[in-house]
Design a protein around this ligand. Structure first.
Ligand SMILES: *[C@@H]1O[C@H](CO)[C@@H](O)[C@H](O)[C@H]1NC(C)=O
Ligand SMILES: *[C@@H]1O[C@H](CO)[C@@H](O)[C@H](O)[C@H]1NC(C)=O
Ligand SMILES: *[C@@H]1O[C@H](CO)[C@@H](O)[C@H](O)[C@H]1NC(C)=O
Ligand SMILES: *[C@@H]1O[C@H](CO)[C@@H](O)[C@H](O)[C@H]1NC(C)=O
Ligand SMILES: *[C@@H]1O[C@H](CO)[C@@H](O)[C@H](O)[C@H]1NC(C)=O
Ligand SMILES: *[C@@H]1O[C@H](CO)[C@@H](O)[C@H](O)[C@H]1NC(C)=O
Ligand SMILES: *[C@@H]1O[C@H](CO)[C@@H](O)[C@H](O)[C@H]1NC(C)=O
Ligand SMILES: *[C@@H]1O[C@H](CO)[C@@H](O)[C@H](O)[C@H]1NC(C)=O
Ligand SMILES: *[C@@H]1O[C@H](CO)[C@@H](O)[C@H](O)[C@H]1NC(C)=O
Ligand SMILES: *[C@@H]1O[C@H](CO)[C@@H](O)[C@H](O)[C@H]1NC(C)=O
Ligand SMILES: *[C@@H]1O[C@H](CO)[C@@H](O)[C@H](O)[C@H]1NC(C)=O
Ligand SMILES: *[C@@H]1O[C@H](CO)[C@@H](O)[C@H](O)[C@H]1NC(C)=O
Length: 742
């Protein structure tokens, strides 16, 4: 055990450690543990056992939910007794929460709440209870903030989280970052994931930074199966010199091909990938352990505690290095198709041309992050370069492991990044793995990255479908972007896959304005306040439920469709009507897609600017629970015209690969807007003088933060230079002044 450098004892003497902060530790390896197992084995024994305890809870939750929804002509008690006696008929339901920063995090908790039996408004809407019947939930980037907030609080109801300050908009106090020092002192490498994770987990974790993600699985809520199993997903950068490596100026980011990604998943049980480079899993509790060919490289060096909830979240939101690429290349590399657009867009005449608008979008906000916060974050990491630490770095457990791809077998460190860099925004991948037998997948897409106005056009979902086809993973057929837009599939919930019994039924819910213009923000730094959060949550409930209990019954139909098919039971007529009018029937629309600028459904004459001035801006300063989240908006039970599903065609005529080739051809790889901007400001700067020293001590001892020797990244830090000819900020690298003690 290395001792704490004296300088730090003195410097940190003034404040106490954050409650529960503990660093990873080395210990003796157990011979009882399976360190790596191949994906080809299917589900882990732990997950299979957990499913056995979850299933009865799902059955009892479904009974309440289906009773509430009251599908006409459907006998709930008969159905429930059938599935109670037949475990393979119990529906497997999943919820996927997209990336998209705070907006997406709020969209995700709003989505969960909209189906929560503990929320009276959801019960009134007859949607409450489906969350209790959900087996798996997954998050990507901003959606991971929601997943972690829920998971580490045993899926407490969302109002308790919100009113308890879980999404408090202030900086975490400096003591929260002492985990960095503990980790450094224990001899472990840091990366940007360590800093970003602490910043984001501090309030949801109520200041208790220490507990591990794997540790959740030993709490009663998990062992008795009363909460869903959470997943976070990540993509990866591949070090230079290995097959598939893509980089700019030494910064790694995923290959620009949506169908050739490796998506890593992490649950409290396991970490790894089903397809792609790893095709194997390692226990989450032992992450960080140096393994060789699937066994410990050193019997006395097994690591526990690496998987702090903070680090896991930090790795899932590690997009910062990608933002540097975007700014440096003027948004031509790094996949994010656009940055936060606010100012520029409004200069164009209305109604504008989407192509022009997208081209007009600039990277100013990302530039502000890079000039404002990134130097401070890197300084916390000992002034390491973004090339060295701008990721979620962890010892590669698949080193030398024969089931993994050859390149990965040679790689010392995994370079995990925000999965939004993969060209997908919804964390669908873990949920559609055939071994998980997904029946009904609900996707909450608040990514807001596809259209200049912050609304969606289906691109990211189509990218996921393309990757599923490339990997032979069953997935519903999807229309192209033009059909999404012409049929209004991004303005109201829509089903895909109704007539394809061998794929999960998908309910796609793209964020859209009902009672609030939820495209108002993607960022953390400038909001939202609690009153604003309540506006966003109400909008999601309005969107999901359509304020229409007939539609709510259609969602209930979705939850049992595959189960009824497996049982060979008749589909209720009401459900058949639902699937006819709310499910894409396989026809492509033709024509020019509309420019997407939907008004508030419940107040169509209120423009964005008016709403911003009269409702959203005032809510910035409101504290406490908003007394009337829809203030100023008449309570009108209108629903938007249901999406057009085109003429019904037989299942055999569904448009398939041809559709996808059209739709993927006219889209680009895309990702989400920045997650954390301006979050780490004043308090962090105060800390730098203290913690940077700790990291320096570590570096002086010979510790390396870099990713692989072959990388030889230049030791430079980004500096922003205003280019007067283009009025844009440009990044230049100047040689970093650092640890030259040799
Ligand atoms: C529903 O099914 C149960 C058998 O499980 C039966 O006793 C009951 O009469 C049925 N109810 C209706 C309304 O058909
Ligand atoms: C797909 O990615 C792998 C790395 O995982 C790389 O070796 C391969 O060249 C890529 N294939 C294509 C067609 O880009
Ligand atoms: C993308 O990767 C797939 C393999 O998944 C490959 O078939 C395809 O050719 C690649 N596309 C490009 C443009 O490299
Ligand atoms: C950046 O891209 C915008 C939009 O395409 C273009 O107008 C501008 O000239 C570019 N700036 C630089 C420095 O390349
Ligand atoms: C939109 O603007 C672009 C660039 O000016 C132009 O090439 C394109 O034809 C326009 N599209 C439409 C539908 O007007
Ligand atoms: C759909 O969104 C993608 C990603 O932003 C964009 O490249 C494409 O132009 C959009 N297409 C339409 C028709 O809106
Ligand atoms: C899509 O929504 C717009 C605006 O609400 C409406 O005018 C249009 O008719 C809808 N299209 C279809 C196909 O329902
Ligand atoms: C409610 O939803 C049903 C089912 O889609 C639809 O037929 C009906 O028109 C909707 N009601 C209203 C008021 O929009
Ligand atoms: C939000 O969407 C509306 C149209 O629905 C648009 O007028 C407004 O400019 C958008 N706001 C932002 C901040 O993108
Ligand atoms: C909205 O505006 C239209 C046209 O300007 C007007 O006819 C209608 O009465 C307005 N509706 C409300 C609720 O103010
Ligand atoms: C919303 O209102 C604020 C305060 O007036 C203003 O600074 C901001 O530009 C507005 N946002 C938009 C997108 O209009
Ligand atoms: C990191 O760089 C900043 C800016 O150059 C400098 O002020 C600070 O002392 C450096 N910190 C370390 C630990 O070298």
């Amino acid at each position: 055990m290395k001792s704490i450098p004296l300088v730090l004892v003195v410097a940190l003497g003034g404040f106490a450690f954050a409650a529960g902060a503990s660093a990873p530790a080395y210990g003796t390896c157990s011979s009882e543990v399976t360190y790596i197992r191949p994906a080809s084995e299917g589900l882990s024994p732990e997950e299979s056992n957990w499913l056995d305890s979850r299933r009865p809870q799902v059955v009892s939750a479904l009974k309440s939910y289906l009773t509430l929804a009251a599908i006409p002509g459907f006998n709930v008690s008969a159905y429930v007794s059938t599935i109670s006696a037949n475990s393979s008929a119990v529906p497997v339901i999943g919820q996927a929460y997209s990336g998209g920063g705070t907006r997406a995090a709020m969209g995700a908790v709003g989505f969960y709440q909209s189906f929560d039996s503990r929320y009276s408004k959801s019960v009134a809407a007859k949607t409450g209870g489906l969350s209790q019947a959900t087996t798996y939930v997954a998050g990507l980037s901003g959606g991971c903030i929601a997943i972690m907030a829920l998971a580490i609080n045993d899926f407490v109801d969302v109002q308790t989280l919100v009113t308890g300050g879980a999404f408090n908009n202030s900086d975490a106090p400096k003591s929260a970052y002492e985990l960095l020092q503990l980790k450094t002192n224990a001899g472990f490498n840091l990366s940007i994931a360590d800093v970003m994770g602490i910043a984001e987990i501090f309030y949801p974790a109520k200041g208790v930074i220490g507990p591990t993600f794997s540790g959740l699985f030993s709490s009663a809520a998990y062992t008795n199966g009363s909460v869903p199993l959470p997943f976070l997903i990540m993509a990866e950068g591949i070090p230079q010199g290995l097959p598939g490596s893509t980089s700019y100026d030494g910064i790694l980011f995923p290959i620009n091909n949506a169908t050739n990604q490796t998506i890593y998943e992490i649950s409290p049980i396991e970490f790894g990938s089903w397809q792609g480079r790893a095709q194997a899993f390692t226990p989450t509790s032992l992450l960080g352990t140096p393994l060789k060919a699937g066994v410990p490289a050193n019997e006395s060096k097994c690591v526990t505690g690496w998987d702090s909830s903070a680090w896991v979240l930090g790795a899932a939101i590690a997009a910062q290095a990608d933002w540097v690429v975007i700014v440096d290349t003027n948004n031509t590399l790094g996949i994010f198709s656009r940055a936060e657009p606010s100012r520029k867009r409004e200069k164009l005449a209305y109604p504008p041309n989407e192509t022009e608008l997208m081209a007009e979008l600039q990277v100013e906000e990302l530039g502000a992050f890079l000039t404002g916060d990134l130097p401070g974050i890197l300084s916390l990491l000992g002034n390491a370069t973004i090339q060295e630490v701008g990721y979620g770095l962890v010892t590669n457990p698949f080193l030398g492991y024969g089931e993994s791809e050859v390149g990965l077998q040679e790689q010392a460190t995994l370079v995990l990044v925000d999965a939004g860099e993969s060209g997908q925004e919804s964390p669908i991948w873990p949920l559609i793995q055939p071994v998980r037998k997904m029946d009904f997948l609900l996707v909450s897409d608040s990514s807001g990255v596809e259209l200049s106005s912050g609304w969606m056009n289906g691109t990211n979902l189509i990218n996921t479908a393309a990757m599923a086809i490339a990997n032979n993973v069953p997935f519903p057929k999807l229309p192209n972007v033009i059909t999404f837009l012409i049929n209004n599939y991004t303005l109201a919930p829509v089903f895909f896959g109704c007539n394809e019994p061998d794929v999960p039924l998908l309910l796609y819910v793209a964020d859209a304005p009902y009672s609030a213009y939820s495209n108002a923000t993607t960022l953390v730094g400038t909001g939202p306040s609690e009153a604003q959060i309540q506006l966003l949550l109400q909008n999601t409930l309005d969107l999901v439920s359509q304020s229409n209990t007939t539609w709510a019954q259609c969602i209930a139909c979705g939850s049992i469709l595959r189960s009824l098919e497996r049982l060979g039971q008749a589909i209720p007529d009401h459900c058949k009507l639902c699937f006819e009018s709310h499910c894409w029937q396989g026809e492509m629309a033709t024509g020019t897609p509309p420019f997407v600028a939907p008004p508030l459904l419940l107040s169509p004459n209120t423009t964005f600017a008016e709403w911003n001035a009269t409702t959203w801006q005032p809510a910035f300063s409101e504290t406490g629970t908003a007394s009337n989240p829809s203030a100023g908006i008449p309570a009108n039970p209108n629903t938007r015209a249901p999406p057009s599903c085109g003429p019904q065609v037989g299942a055999g005529h569904l448009v398939t690969e041809a559709a996808l080739s059209v739709s993927t051809a006219d889209t680009t790889m895309d990702s989400h807007a920045p997650v954390i901007i301006g979050l780490l400001s004043a308090n962090l700067v105060v800390l730098l003088g203290l913690l940077a020293l700790a990291v320096m001590q570590f570096v002086r001892r010979g510790g390396k933060t870099g990713i692989s020797e072959s990388q030889s990244a230049p030791r430079y830090v980004p500096v922003h230079v205003r280019d007067e000819s283009t009025s844009l900020n440009r990044t230049e690298y100047v040689e970093a002044k650092r640890y030259s003690d040799d």
